[in-house]
Design a protein around this ligand. Structure first.
Ligand code: UD1
Length: 419
């Protein structure tokens, strides 16, 4: 096990490159199962979740090669239609293989992902969507067993705009017989990229980036090549970290268009921001103003940035409310931030942040991916040394986070736990 040691109080300044989006790769890689052949994904980040997805595809019989930022996936030798519990329990996005396998091979066994660190995360919408497309779904020994001779297009209305369910249904419908209309579909950039990738494979999809998707199934798809979009959550995390230290940063290979809600919130908190087609520059010269946020499906403020924003608001003299409407229990970071001296009051699905009080470094435990990012930000603004232990979560979703922070002047070191 490893931990981070962070000496707080340094102003971050400089330029870093944003990596490819984890959540895009986790949708694109399973989509390759829809077409036999060799697929190419470029700008792939080296992350533990990406390695887990590769492991899963290899367990199904694919051959994968990750060289530099390029991932080649050969789907010609699928030999298993079972996604084992051991892999799915490590990464919920493994559930994305369900739709493609049942659509292309007529059968799939995928372990139920179960809950996660911040409460229940159901998959009912994935399952009813596939059932509406004509799949038979059974749950046996903790596995979803889906079968179908050929899926049939239909009209599906999602109760909530789920990213994962939209992805699974989109992939399945691409090979179904006839037309599928998906209402209340997710509009996240990663879903738009998935849809565009499917189109480059030969799928007929309209309405990407809107809540209504029209998919006309085809009988077969062909392999394709794609450059993964920049990771908007990584970008938001670095912008917030730099703003919290009253610093200045330019993010390259970043997409401002995917970050409208976060950039507006940063500006409201007092940051100056300029953007180009592929870069974002932020400058912060004062303490932030308290600015409340409430998470919402894209284009709203992302739930994946809620914890980091909470850490940022600890710098803002005054009080503001942070609400998570997507995951009402996603507050693993609260007790750990309180250990650093943060004044936070949990109230149902929100937390009141009383900012402007100094944080003092101590040992805190990383409980999940984005909570870990919040603890790092808190460590960067705390007095003295902060130790963040059990940091394996951070490697699931941030590529070399300490190297990038060091490039901005942060004093952060990865050391073996126990040292
Ligand atoms: C994806 C992201 C995750 C992000 C989340 C919300 C990936 C790999 N992960 O997760 O980083 O935090 O979107 O932006 O892209 N729901 C149901 N039934 C379902 C599915 C979802 O009720 O069958 C609910 C969830 O409990 C939640 C909401 O829908 O309240 C949104 O979840 P969803 O968009 O499905 O999240 P994921 O796709 O799992």
């Amino acid at each position: 096990m490893e931990k981070f040691l962070i000496a707080g109080g340094r102003r971050l300044q400089g330029q870093i490159r944003i990596s490819g989006a984890k959540n895009a790769v986790l949708a694109l890689a399973p989509a390759t199962l829809l077409a036999p052949g060799i697929h190419r994904l470029g700008n792939v980040p080296r992350l533990r979740d990406v390695m887990t997805m590769i492991e899963l595809l290899e367990a199904l019989g694919c051959t994968c090669r990750l060289e530099g930022r390029e991932l080649l996936i050969d789907t010609r030798s699928i030999s298993s239609l079972r996604a084992p519990q051991e892999i799915v329990s490590r990464m919920r996005a493994s559930f994305y293989v369900l739709g493609p396998l049942v659509a292309r091979y007529g059968y799939a066994e995928v372990s139920l992902p179960g809950g996660c660190a911040w409460g229940p995360r159901p998959v009912d919408l994935h399952l009813t969507g596939l059932q509406q497309l004509g799949a038979t779904i059974e749950v046996r020994d903790g596995y979803v067993i889906a079968s179908a001779t050929r899926l049939r297009g239909t009209r599906i209305e999602l109760r909530v705009s789920s990213v994962g369910a939209t992805g699974n249904i989109l992939m399945a419908a691409a090979l179904a017989d006839g037309e599928t209309i998906l209402h209340n579909a997710a509009m996240e950039p990663e879903i738009v990229q998935l849809g565009e990738y499917l189109r480059s494979m030969g799928a007929h999809i309209e309405g990407l980036g809107t809540p209504t998707l029209r998919i006309v199934g085809v009988s077969e798809l062909r392999p394709a090549s794609v450059e993964v979009i920049p990771d908007r959550i990584e970008a938001a995390t670095f912008l917030i970290a730099v703003a919290a230290t009253e610093g200045e940063v330019t993010l390259t290979d970043a997409c401002a268009d995917h970050l409208t809600a976060v950039l507006e919130a940063l500006e409201a908190a007092g940051c100056s921001i300029t953007t180009t087609a592929s870069s974002i520059t932020l400058r912060m010269e004062t303490l932030p103003r308290p600015h409340p946020i409430s998470t919402a499906p894209y284009p709203g403020f992302p739930t994946d940035v809620q914890a980091q924003w909470t850490a940022f608001m600890l710098r803002a003299p005054g009080t503001c409310r942070i609400t998570d409407t997507i995951y009402p229990d996603r507050f693993q970071h609260i007790p750990e931030l309180q250990r650093l001296g943060a004044r936070l009051e949990r109230q149902g699905n929100s937390v009141l942040v009383h900012g402007g009080y100094p944080l003092v470094g101590t040992r805190v435990v990383s409980r999940d991916l984005r909570a870990s990012a919040a603890l790092i930000i808190a460590g960067l603004i705390a007095e003295g040394w902060t130790e963040v232990i059990d940091i394996h979560h951070i490697d699931r979703g941030y590529e070399a986070i300490e190297t990038k922070l060091q490039a901005l002047g942060a004093a952060i070191h990865r050391v073996v736990q126990g040292d």
